[in-house]
Design a protein around this ligand. Structure first.
Ligand code: GLU
Length: 534
């Protein structure tokens, strides 16, 4: 059976091969799909069931609502009959996300044994849930009224593998976990030097809302109240207050892969009413001429209270953290939200200043950048691996979530996630990740393959990671050649938008335009001609 489907596949590719690679016989590209197929077809039946494919993706940690899988999902749903999917149909269905599906099903996402990893996360959750120490913040009634027993934990890896436990879809206000995001937004809209003319980058050694500035009359860092009020004044000051708020909400949504945050007006009103200290900090900084010129102090303070009143769930917040873990590119959409330098700066300050008066101890014993807030949220980043969010409202006396801290302690006791853990395998801790440092030739192969299959998402991610679109294989075949030969019109358009070289020549002297003409892809030929004449 298996032999039969492979033969069919080869037969079909012969004719394609002539359009793609004039003098080569086996189509290596379809061989890759056959390998994925075989891996799933463990009983060698020669066909797969739809459920089997979906379950395998879920086991790898990919949710079926993942934006990268939407088209593949749709194609799989349309397959009839759903229980006898042969190689050819399988290849067609997975084409829009072929690179991701291959990585997932061949155990090449950043945490390959995701199921096992999640079992351990559940164990840590269960152990830490029994801890009922601490008290809920009650400086505003809206926080004081929250059910203290709630506990949600979510994680999202840089490849978009996701897992959630407990109350992970309950909305809470982000409070101080807005501070790193506002700092990033300030960095994105100003140069770093300008931002740090107004706010320092040293731990303060003082309380998070203490009436104190550094020796330059500036707030010590962006992770404490004074510094966060200051970064608010640096975010798009040219916009009116309403547009600025919209901008911030949109950025949160981008960070969370398109999931929209909400806003608690009652938290905002309460914050504003009990804000004597924040007003005092604002006036103190104004007295010291710390703000940029023309800052409207009250507007800025209100904007700061509004930022604290944004609502997210642990699930959404873990994706925000994952975007930071992924150098500013959202894992599920592949969109770059922040530049790598912005993220590096932010993580450095989260590492040294993100956990109130426990920051030094947290950096020492946990060794990860994190930011907590008085609603009981903790956003934790394992750079280049994943983002985590824990939410549990009971706080210790320093204002950090008791269960959140306990979760982190347990996490780094099992896994080598501490920044200074040794990664060469000599410690007793486990390393759940695989080495994902793709070299240039891997990126080229991936780009060419994705182009031939029409996998736009993978191409966008590769571009965002810095892969060149004008790269070529040993035959001088570029991604544009392959996209043109295979009739992948959207891919050709995307390459043109990104300024691809339009007439690269392969070793047989062929250009993408000739490939399109040979394959009778008139639409593509037209696009290429008109792009070349511009
Ligand atoms: N809205 C709080 C304040 O500015 C933030 C508290 C926090 O989470 O640290 O006082």
């Amino acid at each position: 059976m298996q032999v039969r489907s492979t033969t069919t596949a080869k037969k079909k590719t012969k004719s394609k091969a002539s359009a793609t690679k004039p003098q080569q016989t086996p189509d290596l590209h379809l061989e890759r799909e056959a390998a994925i197929f075989r891996a799933l077809d463990s009983h060698q039946l020669g066909y797969l069931k739809r459920e089997q494919i979906l379950i395998a993706l879920e086991k790898a940690g990919l949710h079926l609502d993942d934006p990268r899988l939407v088209e593949t999902q749709k194609r799989l749903q349309e397959l009839d009959p759903p229980n006898k999917i042969e190689l050819e149909k399988f290849s067609g269905a997975i084409a829009p996300s072929v690179a991701l599906v291959e990585q997932a099903l061949q155990g090449r996402l950043v945490i390959p044994d995701f199921e096992n990893f999640c079992t351990e996360m559940q164990e840590i959750y269960d152990v830490t849930k029994t801890n009922t120490d601490g008290t809920v913040a009650d400086y505003i009634p809206q926080l004081g009224r929250v059910n203290p027993d709630q506990y949600g934990v979510s994680l999202c890896t840089i490849d978009g593998q996701r897992f959630s436990i407990g109350e992970s879809d309950v909305r809470f206000c982000v409070q101080s976990s807005t501070k790193p995001i506002n700092y990033c937004l300030a960095l994105e809209t100003n140069d770093t030097e300008k931002v740090h003319n107004h706010v320092g980058r040293e731990p303060s050694g003082r309380g998070f809302n203490e009436l104190a500035l550094n020796h330059n009359g500036r707030p010590h860092n962006p992770m404490i109240n004074a510094g966060a009020i200051m970064t608010c004044s640096l975010i798009k000051p040219e916009l009116n207050v309403a547009d600025r708020f919209d901008y911030v909400m949109e950025q949160w949504a981008e960070l969370a892969g398109g999931q929209k945050p909400s806003f608690s007006n009652s938290v905002y009103l309460s914050e504003r009413q009990s804000a004597d200290r924040n007003f005092a900090l604002g006036y103190f900084m104004r007295e010291n001429k710390a703000f940029p010129e023309n800052t409207e102090l009250v507007d800025i303070l209100e904007f700061y209270f509004q930022s604290c009143s944004i609502e997210m769930t642990a699930d959404m917040m873990s994706m925000v953290a994952a975007t930071l873990a992924n150098g500013g590119i959202c894992p599920s959409t592949g969109k770059r939200v922040f530049g790598p330098e912005t993220v590096q700066n932010c993580l450095s300050l989260m590492y040294s200043c993100g956990m109130y008066d426990f920051s030094g101890e947290f950096a020492f014993s946990i060794g990860l950048p994190a930011k907590s807030g008085v609603s009981g949220v903790m956003m934790i980043v394992v750079p280049n691996v994943m983002g985590l969010c824990t939410w549990s409202p009971r706080l210790d006396r320093l204002g950090n979530s008791v269960r959140g801290i306990a979760f982190c302690k347990e996490l780094v006791s099992r896994y080598n996630f501490h920044n200074y853990d040794n990664l060469t395998g000599i410690s007793n801790k486990k390393d759940p990740r695989i080495q994902t440092m793709a070299n240039e030739s891997d990126l080229t192969t991936m780009m060419i393959w994705a182009a031939s299959k029409g996998d736009l998402t993978a191409i966008q991610r590769l571009i965002a990671r810095g892969a060149s679109i004008d790269t070529s294989d040993y035959d001088g075949r570029t991604p544009l050649h392959l996209a043109a030969a295979e009739g992948q019109c959207h891919v050709v358009e995307l390459f043109i938008e990104h300024g691809a070289i339009l007439n690269p020549v392969d070793r047989w002297g062929g250009t993408p335009l000739q490939d399109a003409q040979k394959g009778n892809h008139k639409d593509i030929a037209k696009i290429l001609k008109s792009a070349s004449s511009n």
